[in-house]
Design a binder for this molecule. Structure first.
Ligand code: NAP
Ligand code: ZN
Length: 348
């Protein structure tokens, strides 16, 4: 089956309208008509070859929501017309310890939604900037939000789970002081989720213009991180810091804000390394620096259900597919509150 898509033919070329092929719906597959797809900073890193190994044509997009249009003979969990989502994972080995624990995100055989090897044409996966996708039912999520919120649900499939998973892993909740660094697509979800989990949330931004907006997202306090005095007021006080920044920056200034035994988890994945942090900042207060990658399928469902229960969606700006190149430039400038979402009907 051929469908319309938006993607790039080379790392220095803008994204353009393309035709791509989707496999026939297999026995365990769900075919989805994609209604909306969120625009993650990872899409930009990948399509511009800022990370290694981009295959072209590259069709990004891993914040996918839509409706089921066909199911394979052995599919039990989904039916025609269901509202569903697909995030960053479309396959994994299904047998290793990670898969058995529902942590497919850490499986060595994980197949990402775009730019990962597959038997399908053209040999690597093609993502959600497209009209349809066919996915094994294990990697399809159920959406319980009202349908009129569907576009704003899309970013939960990556930005939502990538922030929810570390917040849960490091036991964020009442009585905990939590920092969220960078108020972009991931960071704004991190603020909403940490607030809903009952923590005291401090947002860190480089953008003075986001100071008031961050409070509306649920931040109890906002720090403009370029201001050293503002930073110093929070010295040695955080249980946990979630760092979503998409560019190399000084980690020491943030590590010093952790109290004894505090952890900073990096989820931002810049193209070049951060300056190396000072070892004494770990030793002196037994602090930890960690990382976290998206989340497994069961936890992604848990996050979607948590968000449906708490009325949480992303704050989005809806765009047509042919506006994606401008949207990337604006995302690089931090000029979006807080996630672009493509209306896939514009791919016609
Ligand atoms: P985004 O919307 O562009 O947000 C990143 C934010 O970082 C910006 O809004 C800005 O916030 C801040 N920032 C940017 N440049 C900065 C700089 N030089 N110094 C300090 N702050 C800066 O990006 P996103 O979609 O949230 O993604 C963030 C990062 O996470 C990307 O690298 C992406 O690839 C990665 N990611 C990782 C995973 C994972 O599994 N670990 C999953 C998805 C995405 P302020 O304006 O508030 O300062
Ligand atoms: Zn993403």
């Amino acid at each position: 089956m051929f469908v319309r898509a938006y993607g790039a033919l080379a790392s220095d070329k803008p994204l353009e309208s393309l035709q791509i092929q989707r496999r026939e719906t297999g026995a365990h597959d769900v075919q989805i008509d994609i209604a909306f797809c969120g625009v993650c900073h990872s899409d930009l890193h990948q399509v511009r070859s800022e990370w290694a190994g981009t295959q072209f044509p590259c069709v990004p997009g891993h914040e996918i929501v839509g409706r089921v249009t066909s199911v394979g003979a052995h599919v039990t969990g989904f039916a025609l017309g269901d509202l569903v989502g697909v995030g960053c994972i479309v396959d994994s080995c299904k047998h290793c310890e990670d898969c058995q624990e529902g942590l497919e995100n850490y499986c060595d055989g994980m197949v990402g939604t775009y730019n990962f090897p597959t038997a399908d044409e053209p040999g690597w996966t093609l993502g959600g900037y497209s009209q349809k996708i066919v996915v094994h039912e294990r990697y399809v999520l159920r959406i319980k939000h009202p349908e009129d919120q569907l576009a704003a649900v899309a970013p939960l499939l990556c930005a939502g789970i990538t922030t929810y998973s570390p917040l849960r892993h490091w036991n964020v909740g009442p009585g905990k002081k939590v920092g969220v660094v960078g108020i972009g697509g991931l960071g704004h979800m991190g603020i909403k989720l940490a607030h809903a989990m009952g923590a005291h949330v401090v947002a860190f931004t480089t953008s003075e213009s986001k100071r008031e907006a961050a409070r509306q997202l649920g931040a109890d306090e906002v720090v403009v991180s370029r201001n050293e005095q503002e930073l110093a007021q929070h010295g040695k006080s955080f249980d946990f810091i979630l760092n979503t920044v998409a560019a190399p920056h000084d980690l020491d200034a943030l590590l010093l804000l952790l109290k004894r035994d505090g952890t900073m988890a990096l989820v931002g994945a810049p193209a070049s390394p951060h300056p190396s942090p000072n070892v004494f900042n770990f030793i002196m207060k037994r602090r930890s620096l960690a990382g976290s990658m998206i989340g497994g399928i069961p936890e992604t469902q848990e996050m979607l259900d948590f968000c449906a229960e708490h009325g949480i969606v992303a704050d989005i700006e809806l765009i047509r597919a042919n506006e994606i190149n401008d949207a990337y430039e604006r995302m690089l400038k931090g000029d979006v509150k807080y996630r672009f979402v493509i209306d896939n009907a514009s791919l016609q």
